[in-house]
Design a protein around this ligand. Structure first.
Ligand code: ATP
Length: 454
């Protein structure tokens, strides 16, 4: 053990979490404002090298948990632009809208209620614009789908939409999956992909954006069994968040009342998380009945059903339970959960306490001194060897060891591996733990196990 480098930690409460997280995310290459050099584009964010690694880790874990590790799940990757009739059938063309008011003076538009849309404290009944004090026109419904034209002709016949939810691509492939795989109920179809909503008031970092990722499952069940499956999926939601490092006790269920549910839902639970700006929806679980399959069958003229009795050939239109996870809100909640400040050797330090399964970098390798070729060569050899089985590994030989530790702490790297003069003698290295600052000497041959990879 290298006594000189051992560190002692003391936790500290975090204040101004939102500002600190947004700033760390940009500074360290997780998430950047979209089109930043042009002044940004409201509601769009870009993921940098560490952000995309974090995102892929979450998506891969989700896919493994809900698709690869199960026998009753089928994955799809449907096109983002679909036939416009599909969005008419699903009710999105007619009803996927938010209430909006426009200020008569400055022409700014607000999503209702105005108070929560602007944080300026004006209330909806007060009828005053929080930006300029002007009065509002009538409440209008604003359809949030992004419209586009398919092909060279820009008229009504070529209109289509960027999907506002990935679920649409699942329902239109229901028949394909049934025909190719002949699944028995219950079974699910899963998809990870982008969704687009022209939000009236995008805000709060990646919480409410106009382009975002979704991870959705449509789980098809017998109509009389929906309650049982709803309860099962409720538990699965908690287990997944727990597995990526969002603790069960930081998620709060909210039963959505009849008037507030989406047009297709007979029961919805929102899973809310304590974001720095308040308790808000992280993910949803909805009982969509047979609304979508029946609507698509009616509009397309194609039967969408499944055989439930091979002997008689009896068919039914199954009902659907839908767990719907937002990728970006999961990332945001993970950053909030992981963001930690403590005192290390009397100095304030910031670190991301990521679960190693999602950490964008699993381990960093350092030569103790950069100007000692024998140390650098040995460290390179270890780094190159590990990288074959642990691609998310990083090399750093810049600055003193303390600074290198801080840099890795800030991006949530669980362990740092230092190659020193003793390594040259006995093939051991120093492995330093991010959370405790404690170090131990480990055989090079035991490193893969140490960083959690067999
Ligand atoms: P909200 O009420 O916050 O607008 P919603 O109820 O419309 O959300 P759903 O239609 O249930 O959201 O979408 C499923 C999931 O997709 C949400 O739980 C969330 O994680 C994510 N999501 C929805 N809209 C956005 C958005 N504008 N930006 C980022 N993620 C979103």
């Amino acid at each position: 053990m290298n006594k000189m480098d051992n560190e002692s930690t003391r936790p500290r409460p975090v204040s101004n979490g939102m500002e600190k997280i947004v700033s760390l995310a940009k500074r360290r290459g997780f998430i950047y404002p979209g089109s930043e050099i042009y002044g940004g584009l409201s509601g769009f964010w870009d993921y940098g090298p560490l952000g995309i690694a974090l995102k892929r880790n979450i998506e891969n874990l989700w896919w493994r948990t809900f698709v690869e590790d199960r026998d009753d799940m089928y994955g799809v990757d449907a096109a983002i632009i679909m036939h416009r009739e599909a969005w008419k059938a699903s009710g999105h063309v007619g009803g996927f809208s938010d209430p909006m008011v426009e200020c008569k003076k400055c022409k700014r538009r607000f999503r209702l209620p105005v108070a929560s849309a602007t944080q300026a404290g004006a209330d909806q009944g007060g009828e005053k614009c929080p930006e300029c004090g002007g009065s509002f026109g009538d409440v209008r419904q604003f359809n949030m789908m992004f419209k586009t034209h398919v092909g060279a002709t820009e008229d009504e016949s070529s209109v289509s939409y960027l999907r506002p939810e990935t679920a649409g691509g699942i329902f239109v492939n229901f028949k394909n999956i049934v025909d190719s795989f002949h699944p028995k109920l219950p079974f699910g179809i899963a998809q990870i992909g982008k969704a687009f909503r022209n939000e009236i008031a995008p805000r709060d970092f990646v919480f409410r954006t106009r382009e975002f990722g979704q991870m959705e499952i449509e789980y098809f069940v017998r109509p009389d069994e929906w309650e049982r499956w709803f309860v099962t999926w409720r538990e699965e939601v908690f287990m997944f968040f727990d597995s990526i490092g969002i603790a069960r006790d930081s998620i709060h269920e909210s039963e959505i009342g009849h008037g507030d549910r989406a047009h297709y839902s007979k029961r919805t639970i929102d899973f809310e998380f304590d974001f720095p700006f308040g308790r808000k929806e992280l993910c949803g679980l909805a009982y969509r009945t047979d609304f979508d399959l029946r609507a698509h069958a009616k509009t397309s003229g194609v039967e969408l059903s499944v055989v439930i009795d091979d002997a008689t050939g009896e068919k039914i239109v199954p009902h659907v339970i839908e767990p719907s996870f937002g990728v970006d809100r999961a990332i945001f909640a993970l950053l909030v959960s992981a963001y930690t400040e403590d005192e290390l050797n009397g100095e304030v330090r910031t670190y991301l306490k990521f679960n190693p399964a999602v950490a964008p970098i699993k381990a960093a390798v350092f030569p103790l001194l950069k100007n000692k070729p024998e140390l650098v060569a040995k460290a390179r050899e270890i780094y190159t060897g590990l990288k074959k089985t642990v691609p998310q590994i990083l090399w750093d030989d810049n600055g003193n060891i303390g600074k290198r530790y801080r840099r890795q702490d800030e991006i949530g790297t669980p362990v740092c591996i230092t190659v020193d003069f003793q390594t040259l003698e006995d093939d051991t290295v120093t492995v330093r733990d991010r959370d405790t600052g404690k170090q131990e000497r480990v055989q090079i041959s035991g490193l893969e196990r140490q960083i959690g990879v067999k």
